[in-house]
Unconditional design. Sequence first.
Length: 314
Amino acid sequence: MKTRKHSIILLVLSVIMASQFFSCQKESKPQISEEKKVNLANTFYNNELFEAAIKEYEEYLHNYNVDPNKQANTYFRIAEIYFERLHNYEKALEYYFRIKHLFPESKLQSEVGKKIVNCLERLERSQDAQRVLEKSTALDPESVEEHRPGAVIATIGDKQYTQGDLDFEIGQLPPYMQSQFNTKENKLDFLRQKIVEELLYDSAKRKGLEKDKEVIEGTFRAKKRLMAQKILNEELQKLVQVNESDVELYYKANKDKYAEKDDKGKIIRQKSLQEAGQQAAQDLFQEKQQQAYHQLMERLMKAENVKLFENRIK
């Protein structure tokens, strides 16, 4: 009898503890407000910390009670980061398909359909892209809500172009060119150039120029150059290392190079290592990079048994 009472007591206690546990689980809420979470993700985005932005958007979706419309918009924002910023078209495609299948009533469906086609084209799956294009349905483009943080500074049809888009495009230019676009007027000129480029591209697509023989050949050549340049940069990055002691030795061996001279080439003042250090480091890096390039070229040509018949060149 005691054993039975003991078992009943244990059962009641277990039920109470389980009830308290699930009650606590329900009451537990994220310590950071929903608005702050989204603002943090947007801040990461606008400062080009794209991986961090994705992480915050995903945590926002997972930990907060987000309505379906906001869920679709946030998935779209993540997809856009992968597509436009990280150029990871497989991940972008994954998130676009989530919106397509999980939120069929979303006003983003028309734009999502276009983006799926764009991803498939970039992944060189043209037949799949054509199939999706044929099945897509056009919705009212005016109903597409803003899906990227930042002020909208231009619209091209139903596509929005934000300040973040402009800053990102300028940031992709070589450093010496970026300085040319540090005023509002110059940025506006750059924006106009990007808009015209987009309009011409859309016009070319409508004419079917993606199937033009010259375009196909040019695309292949550009892709080959980019791939070759990427692997070259990776190899040189592994081979070329410059530290402070290297720079100091290089400076001492080339002091005249960093001296102020008069019109006749006579040294009038010798720059210190502190003054000339940055330039010396750049010069040393370029020299080492050039040496590494020639060594790499010789190694590759030897490995592939390349032969040059220079005497036959006219």
